[in-house]
Design a protein around this ligand. Structure first.
Ligand code: CMX
Length: 465
Protein backbone atom coordinates (compact mmCIF):
# COMPACT_ATOMS: atom_id res chain seq x y z
CA UNK A 1 0.00 0.00 0.00
CA UNK A 2 1.34 3.42 -0.91
CA UNK A 3 2.32 5.86 1.80
CA UNK A 4 0.20 8.52 0.10
CA UNK A 5 -2.89 6.38 0.51
CA UNK A 6 -2.03 5.49 4.09
CA UNK A 7 -2.04 9.16 4.97
CA UNK A 8 -5.43 9.70 3.24
CA UNK A 9 -6.83 6.79 5.22
CA UNK A 10 -5.39 8.07 8.47
CA UNK A 11 -6.73 11.56 7.93
CA UNK A 12 -10.21 10.17 7.20
CA UNK A 13 -9.97 8.23 10.43
CA UNK A 14 -9.01 11.26 12.49
CA UNK A 15 -11.84 13.29 10.95
CA UNK A 16 -14.36 10.65 11.98
CA UNK A 17 -12.92 10.47 15.48
CA UNK A 18 -13.11 14.24 15.80
CA UNK A 19 -16.71 14.30 14.55
CA UNK A 20 -17.79 11.53 16.90
CA UNK A 21 -15.82 12.90 19.84
CA UNK A 22 -13.95 9.60 20.18
CA UNK A 23 -10.32 9.12 21.02
CA UNK A 24 -8.17 9.59 17.97
CA UNK A 25 -7.66 6.37 16.02
CA UNK A 26 -5.47 8.15 13.52
CA UNK A 27 -2.36 6.14 14.32
CA UNK A 28 -4.11 3.06 15.76
CA UNK A 29 -7.00 1.90 13.57
CA UNK A 30 -5.59 -0.55 11.05
CA UNK A 31 -6.12 -0.55 7.31
CA UNK A 32 -7.60 -3.65 5.65
CA UNK A 33 -4.21 -5.05 4.70
CA UNK A 34 -2.83 -4.43 8.18
CA UNK A 35 -5.86 -6.05 9.82
CA UNK A 36 -5.68 -9.11 7.56
CA UNK A 37 -1.96 -9.44 8.33
CA UNK A 38 -2.78 -9.32 12.07
CA UNK A 39 -5.48 -11.99 11.78
CA UNK A 40 -3.68 -14.35 9.39
CA UNK A 41 -1.28 -16.15 11.81
CA UNK A 42 -4.21 -17.15 14.04
CA UNK A 43 -6.14 -18.48 11.05
CA UNK A 44 -3.09 -20.37 9.78
CA UNK A 45 -2.70 -21.96 13.20
CA UNK A 46 -6.42 -22.85 13.36
CA UNK A 47 -6.29 -24.61 9.98
CA UNK A 48 -3.03 -26.37 10.83
CA UNK A 49 -4.50 -27.68 14.08
CA UNK A 50 -7.76 -28.75 12.44
CA UNK A 51 -5.87 -30.68 9.76
CA UNK A 52 -3.54 -32.28 12.30
CA UNK A 53 -6.38 -33.41 14.59
CA UNK A 54 -9.09 -34.29 12.07
CA UNK A 55 -7.27 -34.62 8.76
CA UNK A 56 -8.31 -38.26 8.38
CA UNK A 57 -11.96 -37.78 9.43
CA UNK A 58 -14.43 -38.82 6.74
CA UNK A 59 -16.61 -35.79 5.88
CA UNK A 60 -18.89 -37.31 3.27
CA UNK A 61 -19.50 -39.97 0.71
CA UNK A 62 -19.69 -39.73 -3.07
CA UNK A 63 -22.30 -41.49 -5.16
CA UNK A 64 -21.70 -42.43 -8.76
CA UNK A 65 -24.65 -40.25 -9.79
CA UNK A 66 -22.89 -37.24 -8.26
CA UNK A 67 -19.86 -37.81 -10.46
CA UNK A 68 -22.18 -37.68 -13.48
CA UNK A 69 -24.40 -34.96 -11.97
CA UNK A 70 -22.18 -31.91 -11.77
CA UNK A 71 -20.62 -33.04 -8.46
CA UNK A 72 -23.69 -31.59 -6.73
CA UNK A 73 -23.36 -31.56 -2.94
CA UNK A 74 -19.89 -33.14 -2.74
CA UNK A 75 -17.91 -31.48 0.05
CA UNK A 76 -14.38 -30.73 -1.06
CA UNK A 77 -13.91 -26.97 -1.17
CA UNK A 78 -12.95 -24.48 1.53
CA UNK A 79 -14.60 -21.04 1.31
CA UNK A 80 -14.42 -18.65 4.22
CA UNK A 81 -16.57 -15.69 3.16
CA UNK A 82 -20.01 -17.23 2.95
CA UNK A 83 -22.06 -20.40 3.42
CA UNK A 84 -25.28 -21.17 1.55
CA UNK A 85 -28.11 -22.91 3.36
CA UNK A 86 -30.63 -24.54 0.98
CA UNK A 87 -33.61 -23.08 2.83
CA UNK A 88 -32.35 -19.93 4.49
CA UNK A 89 -30.03 -18.79 1.71
CA UNK A 90 -26.73 -16.99 1.94
CA UNK A 91 -24.89 -15.84 5.05
CA UNK A 92 -21.83 -13.65 4.67
CA UNK A 93 -19.51 -14.50 7.58
CA UNK A 94 -22.59 -15.61 9.49
CA UNK A 95 -24.73 -12.62 8.49
CA UNK A 96 -27.91 -12.73 6.39
CA UNK A 97 -28.74 -10.05 3.80
CA UNK A 98 -30.99 -8.14 6.27
CA UNK A 99 -28.12 -8.35 8.80
CA UNK A 100 -25.62 -6.77 6.41
CA UNK A 101 -28.20 -4.14 5.46
CA UNK A 102 -28.38 -3.28 9.13
CA UNK A 103 -24.79 -3.71 10.27
CA UNK A 104 -22.53 -2.54 7.46
CA UNK A 105 -21.59 1.13 7.03
CA UNK A 106 -23.71 3.07 4.54
CA UNK A 107 -23.28 6.12 2.35
CA UNK A 108 -24.41 9.40 3.83
CA UNK A 109 -28.21 9.44 3.73
CA UNK A 110 -28.29 5.90 2.30
CA UNK A 111 -29.87 2.69 3.58
CA UNK A 112 -28.03 0.04 1.62
CA UNK A 113 -24.71 -1.54 2.66
CA UNK A 114 -21.50 -0.34 1.04
CA UNK A 115 -19.88 -3.23 -0.86
CA UNK A 116 -16.44 -1.96 0.19
CA UNK A 117 -17.46 -2.80 3.77
CA UNK A 118 -18.67 -6.21 2.64
CA UNK A 119 -15.30 -6.93 1.01
CA UNK A 120 -13.67 -6.10 4.34
CA UNK A 121 -16.09 -8.39 6.16
CA UNK A 122 -15.55 -11.26 3.71
CA UNK A 123 -11.76 -10.99 4.00
CA UNK A 124 -11.47 -10.54 7.76
CA UNK A 125 -14.77 -11.66 9.31
CA UNK A 126 -15.04 -8.21 10.88
CA UNK A 127 -17.32 -5.25 10.18
CA UNK A 128 -15.17 -2.19 9.42
CA UNK A 129 -15.85 1.20 10.97
CA UNK A 130 -17.33 3.95 8.84
CA UNK A 131 -13.92 5.60 8.68
CA UNK A 132 -12.17 2.41 7.60
CA UNK A 133 -14.80 1.93 4.90
CA UNK A 134 -14.39 5.51 3.70
CA UNK A 135 -10.64 5.12 3.57
CA UNK A 136 -11.02 1.89 1.61
CA UNK A 137 -13.38 3.63 -0.88
CA UNK A 138 -10.73 6.32 -1.33
CA UNK A 139 -8.05 3.72 -1.84
CA UNK A 140 -10.10 2.02 -4.54
CA UNK A 141 -10.73 5.33 -6.30
CA UNK A 142 -7.01 6.11 -6.13
CA UNK A 143 -6.12 2.82 -7.82
CA UNK A 144 -8.72 2.95 -10.59
CA UNK A 145 -6.69 4.25 -13.57
CA UNK A 146 -6.54 1.89 -16.53
CA UNK A 147 -3.39 1.26 -18.54
CA UNK A 148 -3.63 2.72 -22.03
CA UNK A 149 -3.37 -0.66 -23.74
CA UNK A 150 -6.45 -1.90 -21.86
CA UNK A 151 -8.45 1.18 -22.87
CA UNK A 152 -7.37 0.69 -26.47
CA UNK A 153 -8.24 -2.98 -26.39
CA UNK A 154 -11.78 -2.19 -25.23
CA UNK A 155 -12.11 0.63 -27.75
CA UNK A 156 -11.04 -1.69 -30.57
CA UNK A 157 -13.55 -4.40 -29.66
CA UNK A 158 -16.45 -4.54 -32.12
CA UNK A 159 -19.82 -3.52 -30.70
CA UNK A 160 -21.06 -6.93 -31.81
CA UNK A 161 -18.72 -8.68 -29.35
CA UNK A 162 -20.74 -9.57 -26.25
CA UNK A 163 -19.98 -7.21 -23.32
CA UNK A 164 -18.95 -10.19 -21.17
CA UNK A 165 -16.34 -11.25 -23.74
CA UNK A 166 -15.01 -7.68 -23.79
CA UNK A 167 -14.98 -7.64 -19.98
CA UNK A 168 -13.00 -10.86 -19.80
CA UNK A 169 -10.51 -9.67 -22.44
CA UNK A 170 -9.92 -6.40 -20.56
CA UNK A 171 -9.41 -8.15 -17.21
CA UNK A 172 -7.02 -10.64 -18.83
CA UNK A 173 -5.04 -7.77 -20.39
CA UNK A 174 -4.55 -6.22 -16.94
CA UNK A 175 -2.10 -9.08 -16.37
CA UNK A 176 0.54 -6.55 -17.49
CA UNK A 177 0.05 -4.88 -14.09
CA UNK A 178 0.34 -8.01 -11.96
CA UNK A 179 2.59 -7.50 -8.96
CA UNK A 180 2.09 -11.15 -8.08
CA UNK A 181 3.38 -12.36 -11.46
CA UNK A 182 6.41 -10.07 -11.21
CA UNK A 183 7.21 -11.10 -7.64
CA UNK A 184 6.82 -14.78 -8.53
CA UNK A 185 9.20 -14.36 -11.48
CA UNK A 186 11.75 -12.89 -9.07
CA UNK A 187 11.42 -15.95 -6.82
CA UNK A 188 9.57 -14.41 -3.88
CA UNK A 189 9.11 -16.62 -0.80
CA UNK A 190 5.71 -18.37 -0.80
CA UNK A 191 4.92 -16.90 2.63
CA UNK A 192 4.72 -13.53 0.89
CA UNK A 193 2.32 -14.61 -1.88
CA UNK A 194 -0.75 -13.27 -0.18
CA UNK A 195 0.65 -9.74 -0.04
CA UNK A 196 1.04 -9.56 -3.82
CA UNK A 197 -2.30 -11.28 -4.33
CA UNK A 198 -3.80 -8.63 -2.07
CA UNK A 199 -2.26 -5.76 -4.06
CA UNK A 200 -3.40 -7.23 -7.38
CA UNK A 201 -6.87 -7.92 -6.02
CA UNK A 202 -7.39 -4.37 -4.76
CA UNK A 203 -6.01 -2.90 -7.99
CA UNK A 204 -8.28 -5.17 -10.00
CA UNK A 205 -11.38 -4.38 -7.96
CA UNK A 206 -10.62 -0.67 -8.35
CA UNK A 207 -10.34 -0.92 -12.13
CA UNK A 208 -13.57 -2.83 -12.76
CA UNK A 209 -15.94 0.20 -12.81
CA UNK A 210 -13.93 2.08 -15.47
CA UNK A 211 -13.67 -1.12 -17.54
CA UNK A 212 -17.38 -1.92 -17.24
CA UNK A 213 -18.36 1.68 -17.98
CA UNK A 214 -16.04 1.92 -20.98
CA UNK A 215 -17.63 -1.19 -22.48
CA UNK A 216 -21.13 0.15 -21.77
CA UNK A 217 -20.46 3.63 -23.14
CA UNK A 218 -18.73 2.24 -26.25
CA UNK A 219 -21.35 -0.36 -27.13
CA UNK A 220 -24.53 1.49 -26.20
CA UNK A 221 -23.79 5.21 -25.84
CA UNK A 222 -21.40 7.89 -27.13
CA UNK A 223 -18.13 6.23 -26.12
CA UNK A 224 -17.35 8.96 -23.58
CA UNK A 225 -16.51 7.84 -20.03
CA UNK A 226 -16.20 10.20 -17.06
CA UNK A 227 -13.49 10.27 -14.40
CA UNK A 228 -13.56 8.40 -11.10
CA UNK A 229 -14.38 10.86 -8.30
CA UNK A 230 -12.25 10.18 -5.19
CA UNK A 231 -14.94 11.58 -2.90
CA UNK A 232 -17.53 9.01 -3.98
CA UNK A 233 -18.05 5.45 -2.81
CA UNK A 234 -17.44 2.54 -5.21
CA UNK A 235 -21.05 2.04 -6.32
CA UNK A 236 -21.64 5.77 -6.77
CA UNK A 237 -18.57 5.90 -9.00
CA UNK A 238 -19.82 2.90 -10.95
CA UNK A 239 -23.19 4.62 -11.45
CA UNK A 240 -21.56 7.91 -12.46
CA UNK A 241 -19.23 6.29 -14.98
CA UNK A 242 -22.12 4.40 -16.54
CA UNK A 243 -24.01 7.69 -16.87
CA UNK A 244 -26.69 7.15 -14.20
CA UNK A 245 -25.05 8.98 -11.30
CA UNK A 246 -27.55 11.79 -10.96
CA UNK A 247 -30.29 9.57 -9.51
CA UNK A 248 -29.70 8.85 -5.80
CA UNK A 249 -32.07 5.87 -5.97
CA UNK A 250 -29.91 4.28 -8.67
CA UNK A 251 -26.84 4.76 -6.47
CA UNK A 252 -28.65 2.91 -3.71
CA UNK A 253 -29.61 0.18 -6.16
CA UNK A 254 -25.96 -0.24 -7.17
CA UNK A 255 -24.92 -0.57 -3.50
CA UNK A 256 -27.54 -3.24 -2.91
CA UNK A 257 -26.90 -4.94 -6.27
CA UNK A 258 -23.13 -5.23 -5.81
CA UNK A 259 -23.51 -6.41 -2.21
CA UNK A 260 -26.02 -9.17 -2.85
CA UNK A 261 -24.34 -10.45 -6.04
CA UNK A 262 -20.89 -10.63 -4.44
CA UNK A 263 -20.49 -13.99 -2.78
CA UNK A 264 -22.48 -17.24 -2.90
CA UNK A 265 -20.05 -19.72 -1.33
CA UNK A 266 -17.37 -21.54 -3.32
CA UNK A 267 -19.01 -24.15 -5.53
CA UNK A 268 -20.81 -21.97 -8.08
CA UNK A 269 -19.12 -21.82 -11.49
CA UNK A 270 -17.64 -18.31 -11.27
CA UNK A 271 -16.36 -18.69 -7.70
CA UNK A 272 -15.02 -22.18 -8.18
CA UNK A 273 -13.33 -21.29 -11.47
CA UNK A 274 -11.60 -18.23 -10.01
CA UNK A 275 -10.41 -20.31 -7.06
CA UNK A 276 -9.31 -23.24 -9.25
CA UNK A 277 -7.31 -21.10 -11.67
CA UNK A 278 -5.79 -19.19 -8.75
CA UNK A 279 -4.67 -22.49 -7.25
CA UNK A 280 -2.21 -22.86 -10.16
CA UNK A 281 -0.75 -19.53 -8.97
CA UNK A 282 -2.18 -17.69 -11.94
CA UNK A 283 -2.55 -14.05 -10.92
CA UNK A 284 -5.85 -12.56 -9.68
CA UNK A 285 -6.31 -11.01 -13.15
CA UNK A 286 -6.13 -14.35 -14.96
CA UNK A 287 -8.13 -16.07 -12.23
CA UNK A 288 -11.00 -13.58 -12.21
CA UNK A 289 -11.09 -13.48 -16.03
CA UNK A 290 -11.58 -17.26 -15.98
CA UNK A 291 -14.38 -16.89 -13.43
CA UNK A 292 -16.04 -14.22 -15.58
CA UNK A 293 -16.03 -16.57 -18.56
CA UNK A 294 -17.99 -19.02 -16.43
CA UNK A 295 -20.34 -16.30 -15.20
CA UNK A 296 -21.11 -15.53 -18.86
CA UNK A 297 -22.94 -18.86 -19.27
CA UNK A 298 -26.77 -18.79 -19.57
CA UNK A 299 -27.28 -21.24 -16.70
CA UNK A 300 -25.22 -18.98 -14.41
CA UNK A 301 -24.79 -15.19 -14.54
CA UNK A 302 -26.13 -14.65 -18.03
CA UNK A 303 -29.51 -15.80 -16.75
CA UNK A 304 -30.09 -12.13 -15.81
CA UNK A 305 -29.99 -11.27 -19.53
CA UNK A 306 -32.05 -14.34 -20.48
CA UNK A 307 -34.78 -13.34 -18.00
CA UNK A 308 -35.28 -9.99 -19.71
CA UNK A 309 -35.32 -11.51 -23.17
CA UNK A 310 -37.86 -14.06 -22.00
CA UNK A 311 -40.00 -11.36 -20.34
CA UNK A 312 -40.01 -9.29 -23.52
CA UNK A 313 -40.95 -12.32 -25.63
CA UNK A 314 -43.74 -13.01 -23.16
CA UNK A 315 -44.97 -9.41 -23.29
CA UNK A 316 -45.00 -9.53 -27.08
CA UNK A 317 -47.04 -12.69 -27.00
CA UNK A 318 -49.51 -11.94 -24.22
CA UNK A 319 -49.80 -8.15 -24.69
CA UNK A 320 -51.49 -6.35 -21.83
CA UNK A 321 -53.19 -9.48 -20.48
CA UNK A 322 -50.85 -10.29 -17.59
CA UNK A 323 -53.46 -12.44 -15.88
CA UNK A 324 -52.19 -15.49 -14.02
CA UNK A 325 -53.98 -17.81 -16.48
CA UNK A 326 -52.21 -16.22 -19.46
CA UNK A 327 -48.84 -16.32 -17.69
CA UNK A 328 -49.39 -19.95 -16.74
CA UNK A 329 -49.99 -20.86 -20.39
CA UNK A 330 -46.84 -19.02 -21.44
CA UNK A 331 -44.82 -20.87 -18.79
CA UNK A 332 -46.08 -24.20 -20.11
CA UNK A 333 -45.21 -23.13 -23.68
CA UNK A 334 -41.64 -22.42 -22.53
CA UNK A 335 -41.33 -25.77 -20.76
CA UNK A 336 -42.98 -27.74 -23.56
CA UNK A 337 -40.52 -26.20 -26.02
CA UNK A 338 -37.75 -27.90 -24.02
CA UNK A 339 -36.43 -24.64 -22.58
CA UNK A 340 -35.71 -23.68 -18.99
CA UNK A 341 -37.62 -20.89 -17.26
CA UNK A 342 -34.78 -18.42 -16.70
CA UNK A 343 -34.42 -17.01 -13.20
CA UNK A 344 -36.01 -20.08 -11.58
CA UNK A 345 -34.31 -23.07 -9.99
CA UNK A 346 -31.01 -23.40 -8.20
CA UNK A 347 -28.36 -26.04 -7.65
CA UNK A 348 -28.37 -25.53 -3.86
CA UNK A 349 -31.35 -23.37 -2.84
CA UNK A 350 -34.71 -24.98 -2.15
CA UNK A 351 -36.71 -21.82 -1.33
CA UNK A 352 -37.04 -18.32 -2.75
CA UNK A 353 -33.57 -16.79 -2.94
CA UNK A 354 -33.18 -14.06 -0.28
CA UNK A 355 -31.35 -12.06 -2.96
CA UNK A 356 -34.64 -12.12 -4.91
CA UNK A 357 -36.52 -10.98 -1.80
CA UNK A 358 -34.11 -8.10 -1.18
CA UNK A 359 -34.64 -6.86 -4.74
CA UNK A 360 -38.40 -7.36 -4.50
CA UNK A 361 -38.43 -5.23 -1.35
CA UNK A 362 -36.42 -2.56 -3.14
CA UNK A 363 -38.98 -2.59 -5.98
CA UNK A 364 -41.92 -2.46 -3.58
CA UNK A 365 -40.37 0.63 -2.03
CA UNK A 366 -39.25 2.47 -5.16
CA UNK A 367 -41.39 1.27 -8.10
CA UNK A 368 -44.54 -0.45 -6.81
CA UNK A 369 -46.58 0.51 -9.90
CA UNK A 370 -43.98 -0.29 -12.57
CA UNK A 371 -45.61 -2.60 -15.14
CA UNK A 372 -42.58 -4.90 -15.52
CA UNK A 373 -42.43 -5.31 -11.73
CA UNK A 374 -46.11 -6.24 -11.72
CA UNK A 375 -45.46 -8.83 -14.42
CA UNK A 376 -42.54 -10.30 -12.44
CA UNK A 377 -44.71 -10.37 -9.30
CA UNK A 378 -47.47 -12.23 -11.12
CA UNK A 379 -44.97 -14.74 -12.51
CA UNK A 380 -43.74 -15.29 -8.93
CA UNK A 381 -47.28 -16.28 -7.95
CA UNK A 382 -47.66 -18.74 -10.81
CA UNK A 383 -44.26 -20.18 -11.77
CA UNK A 384 -43.48 -22.22 -8.61
CA UNK A 385 -46.77 -24.13 -9.04
CA UNK A 386 -46.17 -24.76 -12.75
CA UNK A 387 -42.57 -25.89 -12.20
CA UNK A 388 -43.69 -28.18 -9.37
CA UNK A 389 -46.35 -29.71 -11.62
CA UNK A 390 -43.78 -30.05 -14.41
CA UNK A 391 -41.89 -32.16 -11.92
CA UNK A 392 -38.30 -31.80 -13.04
CA UNK A 393 -36.60 -29.00 -11.17
CA UNK A 394 -35.68 -29.65 -7.55
CA UNK A 395 -36.26 -25.98 -6.77
CA UNK A 396 -39.30 -24.24 -8.29
CA UNK A 397 -38.51 -20.91 -6.64
CA UNK A 398 -36.94 -17.77 -8.17
CA UNK A 399 -33.23 -16.98 -7.91
CA UNK A 400 -31.33 -13.67 -7.92
CA UNK A 401 -31.45 -13.27 -11.71
CA UNK A 402 -35.20 -13.35 -11.84
CA UNK A 403 -35.44 -9.83 -10.46
CA UNK A 404 -32.27 -7.85 -11.09
CA UNK A 405 -32.98 -6.76 -14.67
CA UNK A 406 -36.38 -5.29 -13.84
CA UNK A 407 -34.79 -2.81 -11.43
CA UNK A 408 -32.19 -1.75 -13.99
CA UNK A 409 -34.86 -1.34 -16.66
CA UNK A 410 -36.83 0.99 -14.39
CA UNK A 411 -33.89 3.38 -14.06
CA UNK A 412 -33.26 3.41 -17.81
CA UNK A 413 -30.35 0.95 -18.00
CA UNK A 414 -32.25 -1.07 -20.55
CA UNK A 415 -29.49 -2.89 -22.45
CA UNK A 416 -29.83 -6.39 -21.03
CA UNK A 417 -26.75 -7.82 -22.72
CA UNK A 418 -24.76 -5.64 -20.31
CA UNK A 419 -26.36 -7.02 -17.15
CA UNK A 420 -23.94 -9.90 -16.61
CA UNK A 421 -21.06 -7.41 -16.61
CA UNK A 422 -22.61 -5.76 -13.54
CA UNK A 423 -22.91 -9.19 -11.96
CA UNK A 424 -19.22 -9.73 -12.77
CA UNK A 425 -18.16 -6.49 -11.07
CA UNK A 426 -20.09 -7.63 -8.01
CA UNK A 427 -18.77 -11.20 -8.08
CA UNK A 428 -15.23 -9.84 -7.77
CA UNK A 429 -16.18 -8.66 -4.25
CA UNK A 430 -16.77 -12.29 -3.27
CA UNK A 431 -14.05 -14.20 -5.08
CA UNK A 432 -11.07 -11.89 -4.60
CA UNK A 433 -11.12 -12.02 -0.77
CA UNK A 434 -11.02 -15.81 -1.03
CA UNK A 435 -8.05 -15.70 -3.43
CA UNK A 436 -6.13 -13.64 -0.86
CA UNK A 437 -7.10 -16.12 1.85
CA UNK A 438 -6.13 -19.06 -0.41
CA UNK A 439 -2.61 -17.69 -0.74
CA UNK A 440 -2.45 -16.69 2.93
CA UNK A 441 -3.31 -20.23 3.98
CA UNK A 442 -1.07 -21.77 1.32
CA UNK A 443 -3.81 -23.87 -0.27
CA UNK A 444 -2.67 -26.56 -2.69
CA UNK A 445 -3.18 -26.65 -6.44
CA UNK A 446 -6.59 -28.26 -7.10
CA UNK A 447 -6.47 -31.69 -8.65
CA UNK A 448 -9.46 -33.94 -7.95
CA UNK A 449 -9.51 -37.48 -9.35
CA UNK A 450 -11.35 -38.38 -12.56
CA UNK A 451 -12.13 -41.77 -14.05
CA UNK A 452 -13.41 -42.91 -17.43
CA UNK A 453 -16.88 -44.53 -17.61
CA UNK A 454 -15.14 -47.88 -18.11
CA UNK A 455 -13.11 -47.36 -14.96
CA UNK A 456 -16.17 -46.22 -12.96
CA UNK A 457 -18.05 -49.31 -14.15
CA UNK A 458 -15.19 -51.50 -12.90
CA UNK A 459 -15.10 -49.61 -9.60
CA UNK A 460 -18.83 -49.77 -8.82
CA UNK A 461 -19.06 -53.44 -9.82
CA UNK A 462 -16.19 -54.36 -7.56
CA UNK A 463 -17.66 -52.29 -4.69
CA UNK A 464 -21.13 -53.84 -5.19
CA UNK A 465 -19.77 -57.37 -4.70
N1 CMX B 1 -36.93 -24.47 -15.88
C1 CMX B 1 -37.09 -25.69 -16.46
N2 CMX B 1 -36.42 -26.78 -16.09
C2 CMX B 1 -35.58 -26.65 -15.06
C3 CMX B 1 -35.39 -25.45 -14.38
C4 CMX B 1 -36.10 -24.32 -14.84
N3 CMX B 1 -35.95 -23.12 -14.30
N4 CMX B 1 -34.48 -25.63 -13.40
C5 CMX B 1 -34.10 -26.93 -13.47
N5 CMX B 1 -34.76 -27.53 -14.47
C6 CMX B 1 -34.59 -28.91 -14.94
C7 CMX B 1 -33.12 -29.11 -15.29
O1 CMX B 1 -32.82 -28.61 -16.59
C8 CMX B 1 -33.01 -30.62 -15.15
O2 CMX B 1 -33.55 -31.18 -16.32
P1 CMX B 1 -32.89 -32.50 -16.99
O3 CMX B 1 -33.10 -33.58 -15.98
O4 CMX B 1 -33.67 -32.67 -18.25
O5 CMX B 1 -31.45 -32.20 -17.23
C9 CMX B 1 -33.93 -30.91 -13.98
O6 CMX B 1 -34.83 -29.80 -13.89
C10 CMX B 1 -33.21 -31.06 -12.66
O7 CMX B 1 -32.43 -29.91 -12.43
P2 CMX B 1 -32.10 -29.42 -10.95
O8 CMX B 1 -31.35 -30.49 -10.27
O9 CMX B 1 -33.32 -28.89 -10.28
O10 CMX B 1 -31.19 -28.14 -11.23
P3 CMX B 1 -29.62 -28.08 -11.47
O11 CMX B 1 -28.95 -28.04 -10.15
O12 CMX B 1 -29.17 -29.13 -12.42
O13 CMX B 1 -29.47 -26.68 -12.21
C11 CMX B 1 -29.91 -24.39 -12.58
C12 CMX B 1 -29.61 -25.46 -11.53
C13 CMX B 1 -29.89 -23.03 -11.89
C14 CMX B 1 -28.83 -24.40 -13.65
C15 CMX B 1 -31.33 -24.67 -13.18
O14 CMX B 1 -32.31 -24.55 -12.18
C16 CMX B 1 -31.67 -23.75 -14.34
O15 CMX B 1 -31.31 -24.06 -15.48
N6 CMX B 1 -32.37 -22.59 -14.07
C17 CMX B 1 -32.65 -21.62 -15.10
C18 CMX B 1 -31.40 -20.78 -15.39
C19 CMX B 1 -31.08 -19.85 -14.24
O16 CMX B 1 -31.94 -19.14 -13.72
N7 CMX B 1 -29.80 -19.80 -13.83
C20 CMX B 1 -29.33 -18.86 -12.81
C21 CMX B 1 -28.97 -19.52 -11.48
C22 CMX B 1 -28.42 -18.51 -10.51
C23 CMX B 1 -27.06 -18.02 -10.95
O17 CMX B 1 -26.12 -18.82 -11.01
O18 CMX B 1 -26.92 -16.84 -11.28
Amino acid sequence: MSLAFRSVARSALSQRSAVMGLRSYSSKEPTLKERFAELLPEKQEEVKKLKAEYGKTVIGEVLLEQAYGGMRGIKGLVWEGSVLDPVEGIRFRGRTIPDIQKELPKAEGGNEPLPEALFWLLLTGEVPTAAQTKAFSEELAARSALPKHVEELIDRSPATLHPMAQFSIAVTALESESQFAKAYAKGVNKKEYWKYTYEDSIDLLAKLPPIAARIYRNVFKDGKVGQVDPTLDYSANLAHLLGYGSNPEFLELMRLYVSIHSDHEGGNVSAHTTHLVGSALSSPYLSLAAGLNGLAGPLHGRANQEVLEWLFEMKKEIGSDISKERIEKYLWDTLNAGRVVPGYGHAVLRKTDPRYIAQREFAQKHMPDYDLFKLVSNIYEVAPGVLTKHGKTKNPWPNVDSHSGVLLQYYGLTEQSFYTVLFGVARAFGVLPQLIIDRGLGFAIERPKSFSTEKYAELVKSLAK
